[in-house]
Ligand binder design. Sequence first.
Ligand code: ADP
Ligand code: MG
Length: 406
Amino acid sequence: MFEDVPALEDLPEVGGARVLVRADLNVPLSRSLSGDLLVADDFRLRAALPTLRWLLSRGARVTVATHLGRPKGRRDPNLSTDPLRQALGNLGEDVEVMENVRFDPGEEANDPRSGAALVRGQDLFVNDAFGACHRAHASIVYPPSVLPSAAGRLLHAELDALAHVIEAPRRPFTVVVGGAKVADKLGTIRALARKADRIVVGGAMAFTFLAARGREVGGSTVDASEIGHCEALLGSLDPNVTIELPVDAVAGKVAGGHDPSSYGEVRAFGEEIAAGWRGLDIGPQTRSRFAQAIDGSATVLWNGPMGVFEDPRFSAGTRDVALAIAGCRGYTVAGGGDTLAAVRALDLVDSFDHLSTGGGAMLSLIEQGDLPGIAALREAGRRMRSQGAGRAAALHATRPLQARSR
Ligand code: ADP
Ligand code: MG
């Protein structure tokens, strides 16, 4: 389904060209003893290397653009890309690194003047920032509207992997959702309810579903404005689709505030949670039911932790679900910032078929089947074929654009 998204091989003449690469180098930073900002985890830098090396080895002059944190359109010295430039240099890559694209208020506003400033002096564009493709920001959609463009290796790997889940997932197809933001994810759950065989709901969002079923959830996090939507969703489910909601919970006594460390007392509850207690993880019975639902699935998609996994008292649900998915023989995908942090902390990175670098982007792609950044590349591909501009045109005119090059 993404065959018409141009790949690196579809770019005209890369040797000697100036190539703008929009990467997602949104890494965590930390401060050294001497006060310098350092890259705390270079996972995303290393993930960007295949594309950079492909271009550099062919003689391209590469400039990398990325966002870093949320500077909200203002210059913030704590979110400068200087540490990235240094870290990439240490990895031996001879590339230029632009300043944080989100210092410019025109980036998120998709101001064409910001886009024009980015592409000045560039010949080609490569988008390798899957995690930002669901946003119509200037650095994502403007360059492919004016330059011959392609998806980088990382972006193509995401599309290849997620196409397995979007197009014709092998059955039974189980979707596991959790985490905090029920309002953000309800649309995806609704879309997936039409495609999946089993839906497993944990995390904070489960309590809004349980409230919709009329259960007593005590002081658990409930999004009152979404109860009606959850009720409608539960009521309209295809009878062939099963939905698993928690049947027990591990709860913390509400001491005031949402700070997990402030839950002094912890106890287990069954179906109903007493007033004054907040459900912070799924309970033991739910853990085994969820593991059973996952076991034997031919496709599993997971986004969102089952509990406040950052606190070891509430991490068992996320651990057991992660282990069940890791042990499942089917095609397994996990995505989302916190979800991947949990997978990494559990040392299960190699046990998944695909770990998506995008949380929001992954869910939007699965929900809508397309993203603004992908559509912009597809459009660039169409232009590259029909205009036939430049030397490469003759080369490319007679064959379809390659999508699944590895
Ligand atoms: P992702 O980043 O993987 O998309 P989210 O950001 O949606 O996931 O959700 C992760 C957050 O949800 C974590 O910080 C976790 O502590 C929180 N969370 C999970 N379960 C609960 C719960 N029962 N109550 C409160 N917060 C929860
Ligand atoms: Mg998150």
